[in-house]
Write a protein that binds this ligand. Structure first.
Ligand code: CS2
Length: 472
């Protein structure tokens, strides 16, 4: 976009550093912070940080870090220009700038969307993985961190040394107890590099839990073309999203300093857990189900999968029989209505959310999306056959070929190991023995392992479509 900052108008001063400035936060958090500032004022402009690639910075830099959101609903598309992102830094080349931004006294909030694996935690256990190669690095070189926990520890150390207050650390990733997980990994790392710093963070730091929800598929060239047709600007950083959004935040901030989130419809509460579990199991759980079954059956997108009767019936059965009964509904939410609305969101014809995009990083996602409910249902005497089918579909997916024999690459931090196990003689037994994913209990529950094995054999023998059609 060839224009100068003057064309953009007034922009807020910086108050937030966001780690992991991918499409999700540009389609969710940045515009929502703009709405908060429009409704209630404040200076909550955002410095975005990319941890792994220079691409977002290089695309946004030439356009003064302004970009467009395309909101696609069943009744049309709305265009919005977002200007509250003030700067984008790439950690690989600008570590000093990143740490300086985080240590700046004007910044009181560091938010994160670094995906599940960005926490370097043991997925089933929620504590820091001290054997993680990048964590080993960050312990040895705490002033040149590579990870999000490493950056937070280094920046908090600077703030303490400068006599500043800590910033609040706001995890916005799809993890149960995401605030607690972030606190655990930050303290776990701080203990290794400076135990007194760990004490200060434990006492003064705040790590509110959050639930975030908006479906954000990867943007395509057609989306960029559409923005150009409508605005005359070639925006290299367009993001696409659905109309729906929901943000629930635990109201625990350092010195109570925070954006006036509630002025723009964010739910502030003391109890985020029921919202988190609802969203992780109802939405993300069925997303993963659709992704693994869908990739195997050649369904490219979520909308394409749920247009199929067998898939739609399976997803509804999963909600009704196995997921909803495992949940405590959040205040004033009717889970039957919530899941019916989810099905409408999945059917949104404007959102081409690729099953392969959702399928990535299964080892980091399955525990909270599928396995926790499986374990609870077993303990509570409730059915878990459909959940077991999702586990079986994941194990089949790890084989790396669709039912039509088309090969694909796995994207998962444990890809090599999992693929080898999935191609062994007893794929179900071998994969379910991976403790960092399945924990210690589930692999010893023969009722579950046998049900997964049976589902796996049915998928292998009959194929996804026939298995789904044969479900009660
Ligand atoms: C998806 C999520 O890619 C995935 O794993 O399940 O990104 C999902 O679209 C969001 O959590 C919706 O809020």
């Amino acid at each position: 976009m060839a224009e100068t900052a003057d064309d953009i108008g007034d922009r807020p001063a910086i108050g937030v550093v966001h780690l992991g400035i991918g499409a999700f936060f540009r389609a969710f958090g940045v515009p929502w912070l703009e709405d908060v500032m429009a409704a209630a004022g404040g200076d909550w402009g955002v410095v975005g940080v990319s941890l792994r690639s220079a691409a977002v910075r290089d695309r946004l830099g030439p356009q003064d870090t302004a970009y467009h959101c395309l909101q696609r609903g069943s009744d049309g598309t709305e265009l919005r220009r977002v200007t509250a992102l003030r700067r984008v830094l790439f950690l690989g080349e600008e570590r000093a700038e990143v740490l300086a931004a985080m240590a700046d006294s004007a910044v009181s909030l560091v938010s994160l969307t670094v995906t599940e694996k960005g926490y370097a935690h043991v997925p089933g256990a929620g504590r820091l993985d001290l054997n993680h190669p990048q964590i080993v690095h960050d312990i040895g070189a705490p002033d040149a961190p590579l990870t999000a926990p490493g950056l937070i520890v280094a920046a908090l150390r600077r703030r303490r040394d400068a006599g500043l207050r800590p910033f609040t650390c706001l995890s916005c990733d799809n993890l149960p107890g995401n605030g607690e997980v972030l606190r655990n990994v930050v303290l776990g790392l701080a203990e290794q590099v400076d135990p007194r710093l760990a004490g200060w963070i434990a006492h003064e730091g705040r790590f509110p839990a959050t639930m975030v929800d908006r479906i954000v598929p990867a943007a395509t060239v057609a989306d960029v073309d559409e923005v150009e047709r409508r605005t005359g600007l070639r925006d290299a950083a367009v993001v696409v999203h659905e109309p729906f959004r929901q943000w629930v935040i635990e109201d625990r901030f350092v010195d109570d300093v925070r954006p006036a989130f509630e002025a723009a419809g964010v739910v502030m509460t003391d109890a985020v857990a029921p919202y988190e579990l609802m969203k992780l199991r109802c939405l993300n759980g069925t997303h993963s189900a659709i992704a693994y079954l869908g990739v195997l059956a050649g369904k490219e997108t979520v909308a394409e999968a749920v247009a199929d009767q067998g898939f739609a019936r399976f997803v509804k059965g999963l909600w009704r029989e196995e997921i909803v009964p495992s949940l405590e509904p959040p205040p004033s939410i009717d889970l039957a209505e919530y899941t019916a609305a989810l099905m409408q969101r999945y059917r949104n014809p404007g959102i081409a959310h690729r099953t392969m995009q959702i399928a990535m990083d299964g080892s980091q996602k399955l525990p909270q999306r599928i396995l926790a409910a499986t374990e609870e249902n077993l303990a509570g005497g409730r059915p878990f056959e459909r959940l077991a089918l999702v586990v079986a579909a994941w194990i089949r997916f790890l084989g790396g070929v669709t039912e039509d024999g088309a090969p694909y690459d796995l994207s998962d931090p444990l890809a090599d190991r999992l693929q080898e196990l999935a191609r062994s003689k007893d794929p179900v037994g071998a994969v379910m023995a991976v403790e960092v994913v399945f924990g210690r209990t589930l692999p010893n529950r023969t009722a579950v392992v046998d049900t997964v094995r049976e589902a796996y054999d049915r998928l292998a023998g009959e194929g996804v479509q026939a298995v789904l059609e044969g479900m009660p």
